[in-house]
Ligand binder design. Sequence first.
Ligand code: AMP
Length: 616
Amino acid sequence: MAKIGINIATGSLQQQEMIVGIDLGTTNSLVAIIHPESKKPVVLKEFDGNALVPSVIHFDDTGSVTVGDNAREFLITEPQNTIFSAKRLMGKSYNDVREHASYFTYKVIDDDKESLVKVQVGTKFYSPIELSSFILKELKSRAEHILKTQVVKAVITVPAYFNDAQRQATRDAGKLAGLDVLRIVNEPTAASLAYGLGLKKDDIKTVAVYDLGGGTFDISILRITNGIFEVLSTNGDTYLGGDDFDRAIVDYWMSQLELNKESVDKKTTQVFRLLAEEAKKQLSSADLFEGNAEGRPVSLSKKELEEVLIPFVERTIQCCKNAMSDAHLSINDIDEIVMVGGSTRVPLVKRSVASFFGKSVNDSLNPDEVVALGAAVQADILAGNNKDFLLLDITPLSLGIETMGGLMDVLIPRNSKIPSKAGRQYTTQRDGQSGMRISVFQGERDLVKDNRKLAEFNLTGIPAMPAGLAKVEISFLVNADGILVVKAKELRSGVEQSVEVKPQYGLTDEQVEKMLLDSITHAKDDMRTRALVESQTEAKILLDTTQQFLEKNTSFLSAEELAATQHAMNSLQNTIPAGNKDEIQTAIEKLNEISRPYAERLMDHAISTAMKGKKV
Ligand code: AMP
């Protein structure tokens, strides 16, 4: 049966349109989709079988732009016109990158150190957003060429540590490239999704994503609960990767050949560097590499390579340790390890990571592709093709539960990003109360009767205890599919109960709008009503507890006190239905005033009784 996705937030029907997943990488970028027939994620490849597009932009004298392999060729010959690693500049000021200024072979403007960086090429200035947009434009047009259809919507991945400014910059770059960026997804989240982690509804997993690329290293610890990916910690080194491996191999060869690095010309260094990368790649599957650098025979065994690489790998393991301690986890807590980035093909890297975590690693997917593949999985979920779930980016209406007096207690306010999670503790009102009715509502009004009831269930089996002692934790979880799971758990006894609802199901755009409008037009009334209901509730609770007190302690009170209390209770009782908040408050104060002296007396008595027989 064909499925149509309905975006309830906008009420629009989602046609079967192509949403692509984009891994916008520091060194390489690529696009993936869910294959329409196999329903599996696949990366888009050009006819030459190449999926990776180097994230390199070249500007020629006329200002025309080339991206990818063709641009890469200019890295050595025209460094000032060839931009690489634009991602490192996203959302950054010159002050942020000055420490690594020598890394950039092109001109990064440094006259205003506080404002966002610009790159100068010839007489023109480009922001990192514009630069990234060139890469995205290229990816878009490639994808359109391969798919033979227009590509407008995309999911783009970013490192987990990207801040809001960097995420926004990435969104803007997408917009500039003519893309509608439906979601910015964390790279480690995407990588986990590519391995199917977190796709099962009840999945609860802790995942370590180890990402070692050409120039950067990231370790992220994620907790997946019911489709929500939470980043527990990130660590890494933004200037550590396969390029360092290559340089170390070059140094090793040069010292063997007794060549002075400083006196070797740029071209020779480049020849060595390319050969080093070739050696490194070959040794991921062979034991010995033999080559020739401008007439000089060079060789490298796997053992030698590993000796060269050990210090780098150890640095990454130290980062893993830091990430684990920041996440307050121990090794045993990690359920899965996901390998990302070309450099994780190095057997020493795999071995070291597996041995550190004491588990085998997930490395069956191409580590260069895994982030893009996961982005495609996310895109497919958003397209509504994945499940017959309804998808929303935000909750259009607030979600909450009914509390005493029929008031709405909001747990997830409207416009919260989803997935979203919230929890709050409640308690029992009566001694020995064994059950609690939990009614879930959606809407903006203060009284639940004006909102929409979504579900109702009973938490039963609360063990007998005095009122106020039970701790009932109610948690709301709206997963990425817009499904709300409400759980209630009594923390002392562990009894729990849960219910699942589709909060927006059946609401049209107009209905959502009307509910919002109502909340505005009734705001004043609602506030007044809430204040009144709160007073009425307070009055009822006070009457209850006073009644209980009297029953237990009649003998302790004088006849006058009893009569005065009874009188104050009656007056308070009478104010409740009348509905005047101030009158209720005055009556509450009066009753408190009368009961305070004997309550204190009783307290003193209780303390002195408790002290008796105890040696101080
Ligand atoms: P990425 O930034 O994820 O594209 O990773 C690129 C890095 O992975 C570069 O440093 C490559 O040299 C490295 N790489 C690619 N293939 C291999 C391989 N087979 N063995 C070792 N390193 C590799």
